[in-house]
Design a protein around this ligand. Structure first.
Ligand SMILES: *Cc1c(COP(=O)(O)O)cnc(C)c1O
Length: 364
């Protein structure tokens, strides 16, 4: 028997989350963001659940090829555009739409020979200061692109730094609108957080929203709001089993560094999951976990292959009991990846992307 750990991708949950995002941004089209191998879920594994999107947005040409190999003939957008001139050949061949965020990419396109003009998304740096043309330089880039025979339609895009937080998006949206209000073309500005929080506003939802994390059942603005608040379902469950049981007396310690000391007699379960499976080592005593669908806590340090959990709330649990590290338990109980991420001082994004290669994944 293989080691009992397994991740499950929930196709129905992906469908429901996608429907939820459509509902948050009525009439906008939806880019299903599948970069980072669909946030660690696997592009091939989420494809069925997400085939209702209007397009797939991603970063790697390799990922774009995989989406085309799955038979997807609709729009595919490279969110960072091309990295070198010959990438444009693949764009022509596979009909990829691509972001233009710098002059060098316009130079490459101007030198590219193609029968079919390309659909491009011109990116503004409206304040995040990663990729894009600053507002004073944006219109010159648009004018240059617009004059190229290699270019078909030009869409307008920007990306928010604080859609999930207190600073918000107003300052960036203002900068974007001030420069683009009289330019033709479709607009795309909203990620998951902006779509959920402000997608009702036409200027925010634009023509295309670009949700990633919400589609994968994690709340972009946790702990302000959780997935229950937003009506999202977990799409990845990391499940394993109890492979050992120990009875601790007062004063007994658990695991490396003896970081946990029992102050009362305690039954603990040894669970087949560790940081080599992608479970964060920063999760320490108190991190929530489900045993037989009942909420309990980790005790002691996460080691490479094992985690120790308190069995007090589940007296009937023992060898072979089902353990849910995050996601949905057999009895329907949910432990959101956001809660576990918070215990590790990080976000759901990082945990799902870090699911280790050695964990077998099934699609439900
Ligand atoms: C990753 C990404 C998104 C999706 O962001 P979420 O917070 O996961 O919704 C949208 N737009 C761009 C440009 C991105 O890189």
């Amino acid at each position: 028997m293989p080691r009992p750990i397994q991740a499950t991708i929930d196709t129905e949950a992906l469908r429901q989350n996608l429907a939820r995002m459509r509902n948050a941004a009525p009439d906008a089209r939806v880019w299903g963001v599948v970069k980072a191998n669909a946030y660690g879920h696997g592009i091939e594994r989420v494809f069925d659940g997400l085939r209702g999107v209007d397009g797939f947005a991603l970063l790697d040409l390799d990922e774009a090829q995989r989406v085309r190999s799955l038979g997807w003939r609709g729009p595919v957008l490279l969110l960072e555009g091309v990295f070198e001139a010959r990438d444009l050949e693949l764009c022509s061949r596979l009909g990829l739409w691509h972001t233009i965020h710098c002059d060098e990419q316009i130079d490459m396109l101007a030198a590219h020979k193609t029968q079919e003009p390309h659909r491009v998304f011109l990116k503004m740096n409206s304040g995040m200061n990663r990729l894009g043309f600053t507002p004073p330089r944006y219109r010159a880039a648009w004018t240059r692109l617009n004059a190229l025979p290699q270019v078909d339609e030009i869409s307008l895009m920007t990306h928010f730094s604080d859609a999930d937080g207190a600073r918000g998006i107003a300052h960036q949206l203002e900068a974007f609108d001030a420069v683009t209000h009289d330019l033709p073309g479709e607009r795309s500005v909203a990620n998951s957080a902006a779509s959920l929080r402000m997608g009702a506003e036409p200027a925010v939802r634009g023509d295309w929203i670009r949700p990633g994390i919400a589609v994968y059942g994690s709340a972009p603005d946790y702990p302000d709001h959780d997935i229950a608040h937003w009506g999202l379902q977990p799409t990845m469950t990391l499940a394993t089993r109890v492979i050992g049981v120990q009875q601790l007396d007062v004063g007994h310690t658990v695991g490396y560094g003896s970081s946990f000391v029992a102050d009362q007699p305690l039954r603990i379960g040894i669970v087949a999951c560790g940081y080599a499976d992608g479970y964060p080592r920063h999760c320490t005593t108190g991190t929530p976990v489900l045993v037989d669908g009942v909420r309990t806590r980790i005790v002691g340090r996460v080691s490479m292959d094992m985690i120790t959990v308190d069995l007090t709330p589940v007296p009937q649990a023992g060898m072979g009991s089902a353990v849910t590290m995050w996601g949905r338990a057999g009895n329907g109980q949910i432990l959101s990846i956001d809660e576990v991420a918070r215990s590790a001082g990080t976000v759901g994004y990082e945990l799902m992307c870090a699911l280790a290669q050695r964990v077998p994944v099934v699609v439900d």
